[in-house]
Design a protein around this ligand. Structure first.
Ligand code: AVI
Length: 311
């Protein structure tokens, strides 16, 4: 039921080490999602400051019938970055997919969700693909050539640089052929104070999520980062229209990584995430550049978030 598509594991390891020795150091955001990271991310989605998840859910709920009419029912449904599949599961009743394919880097997240949904919906064929699609979206032989709806919610597209986002959207467009579309959510630009609160909440859940990436890196590489020695930094970079997250060394650090030593002076940062924000006009233009011809957009009344269906 779950197919691993991970031919690139060795080069990913080398890229992670290279990022840790670059200046400034970089850890790609995909490494947030070990088991604890997935749980912390679920908690982030419940935070009062993190409006993204609940605003997107409200748009889905308000416009479910219209979206289903536009996207079409009874298709294959590909849940990209599915996690616990909670967002994809919402669409089972409205879209009545024939097949549900969960795609995620974390097998531990999708396995129980697929088992749970398969028990509740024997009429739908459920499968999973464990893969890292941050460079190439490879679903192996999963799709059967009939109509397909790709689903990429939560503004996860914002975690790619605009160039890489364009490349991913173009790959999805290619896989849609003549009988497919993409239902996708993307966050919009807004006052820096609201964006910064969403990524630096008062309970410190996002700080824990950010620091935990060092635990994951330690487990992967056998390195000895001390997460407590790094503080969480999040700010809105206005010209680049992105929230940046960093880990900043609170004191000088000498870290053993893959047989080498990485020295951080006090204040040195590790860049862990960008979260790009797009106006509806900008994002619709990106979808068109990726090869989609028709784009429909739905927003909440305040315009805090946007959902697109592109064909
Ligand atoms: C998964 N992704 C869309 C989240 C975001 O908003 O960029 C990850 C996240 N980072 C901090 N809080 C949430």
């Amino acid at each position: 039921m779950i197919s691993p598509v991970r031919p690139q594991a060795r080069s990913e390891w080398a890229a992670l080490v290279e990022g840790l020795f670059s200046t400034p150091a970089v850890i790609p955001p995909k490494y947030f999602y070990d088991s604890l990271g997935c749980t912390l991310f679920q908690a982030i989605c419940e935070l009062p400051e993190y409006y993204l998840t609940r605003t997107e859910r409200a748009i889905f709920t308000t416009h479910a019938d219209t979206i289903a009419a536009v996207a079409g029912r009874g298709r294959q449904f590909v849940d990209l970055g599915a996690g616990d599949c909670a967002k994809g599961e919402f669409w089972l009743s409205a879209l009545q997919p024939r097949r549900f394919i969960a795609v995620d880097i974390a097998a531990a997240a999708i396995e129980p969700a697929l088992a749970r949904m398969a028990a509740a919906h024997p009429e739908i064929e459920f499968s999973g693909v464990v893969t890292d699609f941050s460079d190439v979206l490879d679903l192996g032989p999963e799709l059967d050539g009939s109509g397909v709806t790709f689903f990429y919610p939560g503004s996860s597209i914002g975690n790619f640089s605009p160039d890489k986002a364009l490349a991913l959207l173009a790959q999805v467009r290619h896989m849609c052929g003549n009988r497919g579309g993409l239902l996708i959510g993307a966050d919009t630009p807004k006052e820096p104070s609201r964006l910064e609160a969403a990524y630096a909440d008062t309970l410190g859940v996002t700080a824990a999520f950010n620091r935990n990436v060092l635990n994951h890196v330690n487990a992967m590489l056998g390195s000895d980062f001390d997460p407590a020695a790094f503080s969480h930094v999040a700010f809105y970079n206005v010209p680049d229209r992105r929230v940046e997250m960093h880990l900043q060394a609170s004191t000088p650090q000498r870290v053993q990584v893959a047989g080498r030593e990485r020295v951080f002076t006090q204040g040195d940062r590790i860049h862990t995430e960008n979260s790009y924000k797009y106006s509806p006009e900008e994002f619709a233009a990106l979808l068109r550049r990726a090869g989609f011809s028709s784009v429909v957009v739905w927003q909440d009344p305040a315009g805090d978030f946007a959902v697109y269906y592109a064909e």
